[in-house]
Ligand binder design. Structure first.
Ligand code: IPD
Ligand code: CA
Ligand code: CA
Length: 262
């Protein structure tokens, strides 16, 4: 069995954990919660993924970590935890793998809808066995996925200013509550524009590979010298033209990271 198939199998096995009863606790702020399922999925994947590729390192949102050499698994055990705790059905298990510090493989799985997105560098992106591609829509017909910096509300005004500018020039916007799934929406041609103010590597590691393999553009802003587990703003789009236009709006509003960002 190929590496990608093995990772998909491991990710799908997590369904039994996320469909069992769980408890909820707060993680620093009122909106930032964690459930017992987040921790259980991460512990399971730590063991299972390192069985598949023992030489790899591991970086998980809930704190499980180990060093590797050429490979690094970057894992969000549940992306969209607020949705998960409320039972909206819009959450995903997100597993990315970096090789020689470049995005290599990504699997994003929503166990409630059975949507499974996956890609490996150079091999295309897929949703449930079918090849996917970004749309050809221009900015004016574009759907913008974004969020208002829920966990750091001091940046919400800035995100709303950017939203107002983008919204005035595009078709409409969406906020689904899972960065991983939103990037996959772009990959599958169901959205064209994306910006988030403060995402962590585990939010986007898998989505980046899937979107790029589907023909899209992805960039982390102001990432030079960043440590492995630090956040950064993310801009993504279906085409280079839309990316250029969105980047111009974002970088004008956000010319550098604000003081105290980390
Ligand atoms: C969050 C989701 C959400 C995004 C936040 C993320 P979590 O991840 O992806 O859509 O707006 O920035 O932190 O906390 O549910 O794993
Ligand atoms: Ca996340
Ligand atoms: Ca999470």
């Amino acid at each position: 069995m190929e590496l990608l198939d093995k990772v998909i199998e491991a990710v799908k096995e997590c369904k039994q954990i996320v469909t069992a009863p769980f408890s909820v606790s707060e993680k620093g702020s009122l909106s930032n919660i964690v459930t017992s399922a987040d921790k259980a999925v991460e512990e399971f994947l730590y063991r299972r993924l390192l069985e598949i590729l023992p030489e790899a390192g591991f970086l998980g949102e809930e704190g499980d970590a180990c060093q590797g050499k050429r490979y690094l698994f970057v894992v969000d055990p549940i992306d969209g935890t607020a949705n998960f705790a409320r039972g909206t059905g819009c959450s995903a298990i997100s597993v990315g793998l970096r090789k020689d510090d470049a995005p290599f493989l990504g699997v994003v799985y929503n166990p409630f809808t059975e949507e499974l997105y996956y890609a490996q560098a150079g091999r295309g992106a897929y949703k449930n066995g079918k090849r996917i591609q970004v749309s050809g829509r221009d900015f004016a017909h574009g759907l913008y996925y974004t969020a208002l910096s829920t966990y750091r509300k001091e940046y919400s005004g800035l995100c709303m200013d950017i939203l107002a500018q983008v919204f005035a020039q595009c078709d409409d916007f969406r906020r689904e509550g899972s960065a991983a799934l939103e990037l996959c929406r772009l990959a599958a041609g169901c959205g064209e524009l994306y910006f988030e103010m403060r995402l962590f590597p585990w939010d986007v590691c898998a989505g980046e590979v899937i979107l790029k393999e589907a023909g899209g553009c992805f960039t982390g802003l102001y990432t030079q010298g960043l440590k492995q587990d630090q956040p950064f703003p993310v801009v993504a789009a279906n085409s280079p033209e839309n990316m250029e236009k969105l980047l111009a709006i974002v970088t004008q509003a956000l010319p550098a990271l604000p003081e105290g960002y980390f």
